[in-house]
Design a protein around this ligand. Structure first.
Ligand code: AHM
Ligand code: MG
Length: 328
């Protein structure tokens, strides 16, 4: 490749697809459609602070209950970008209780999409980074239309996963199992451009742990010990409270992100299928590790759509160390 060549997300997806001669293009189209949805969500997230000044162009504003409506907007954008293309057989969203069928008037395809359309939206008033998280599986059920069975697959079967972080710039990071690649949105041309090829998490990386330490008294003795040990080793605490932003920093700098189980939330807070599994695929593909305490998140077989899980993500040596302390 010539020096100075600009690689758009579209070109990158096509080049990745060529690695699989049997590919039909359907899978690539899903990634394009997610990127389109991300651009629309990014535009609205960036405008959210202006709504009081210039008025809302859409059906939401930024206050009180209406904050949640930005989640709903993002959810609708994802649905509308992906419902009609004939590539998906069923979807699921953190915002919706039940499986989301493809409308009867559209054909179904061989893929399954799960997503959290706008994670961390309670932070929007403070201009804190938000994110979208996605996970793609192959259809495994026999019927023509997808079903719950297609959605309840363990993370190790994901074909692709990634996230978009709406930060000081908007970035899309994804993996199809052939490395982790990061793209930055160039707003003036509306394209995601390859800015972070072959991302690898540093190990051990910067001495950073990321957890809501206010819950310390509710943690198990093993969890308390794990954090005590990190502090004794000179680690610093960084916690934004917006998962995609905390995860993105962890991927770039190393260290560990934790959302453990505690006495109040014995299964943790974060969702296995929309948050934990996709980010676990990304971090493991980048050379890091994921855990739910005793095993990789990717090994956990879901039994319900909105299942929660304790979550550890980060540099492999650090996750291993914390896992060992939890077991001790
Ligand atoms: P949400 O799904 O209700 O938006 O909550 C998810 C968010 C994550 O972004 C973040 O990691 C976590 O909740 C923070 O929770 P806490 O305030 O308990 O630390
Ligand atoms: Mg969420």
């Amino acid at each position: 490749m010539q020096e100075g060549t600009v690689i758009t997300l579209g070109r990158h997806i096509v080049e990745q697809e060529r690695l699989y001669p049997e590919a039909t293009g359907a899978f690539s189209n899903i990634l394009y459609d997610i990127a389109l949805a991300a651009k629309i969500i990014s535009r609205e997230v960036n405008r959210a602070g202006l709504v009081d000044i210039i008025g809302s162009a859409g059906k939401f504003n930024i206050h009180g209950d209406d904050v949640r409506k930005l989640d709903e907007f993002a959810n609708d954008v994802m649905f509308n970008a992906l419902d009609h293309t004939g590539n998906l057989c069923v979807m699921a969203s953190e915002e919706v209780d039940d499986p989301i069928p493809i409308p009867d008037e559209f054909p179904c395809g061989n893929y399954v999409l799960l997503h959290d359309p706008l994670d961390g939206s309670s932070n929007i008033d403070a201009n804190v980074s938000l994110g979208t998280i996605f996970s793609i599986h192959r259809k495994i059920s026999r019927g023509e239309r997808g079903s719950l069975e297609d959605l309840l697959q363990p993370g190790h079967r994901q074909l692709a996963a990634g996230y978009i972080v709406y930060g000081s710039s908007t970035m899309l990071v994804y993996t199809t199992g052939a490395g982790v690649h990061g793209f930055t949105l160039e707003p003036s041309i509306g394209e995601f451009l390859l800015s972070h090829p072959n991302m690898r998490i540093p190990d051990p990386g910067k001495k950073i742990y990321s957890v809501n330490e206010a819950y310390y008294k509710r943690w198990s003795p093993g969890q308390q010990k794990a954090v005590d040990v990190l502090k004794d080793e000179g680690y610093s605490l960084r916690y934004i409270g917006s998962l995609v932003a905390d995860f993105h920093r962890t991927l770039l700098y190393g260290g560990i992100f934790m959302y453990p189980a505690d006495k109040k939330s014995p299964k943790g807070k974060l969702r296995l299928l929309y948050e934990a599994a996709p980010l676990a695929m990304v971090i493991e593909e980048a050379g890091g590790a994921s855990s739910e305490g005793t095993r990789s998140i990717l090994q956990v077989g879901p039994s319900e759509l909105h299942q929660r899980t304790p979550l550890y993500l980060g540099s492999k040596s650090v996750v291993d160390k914390v896992e060992a302390t939890l077991k001790a």
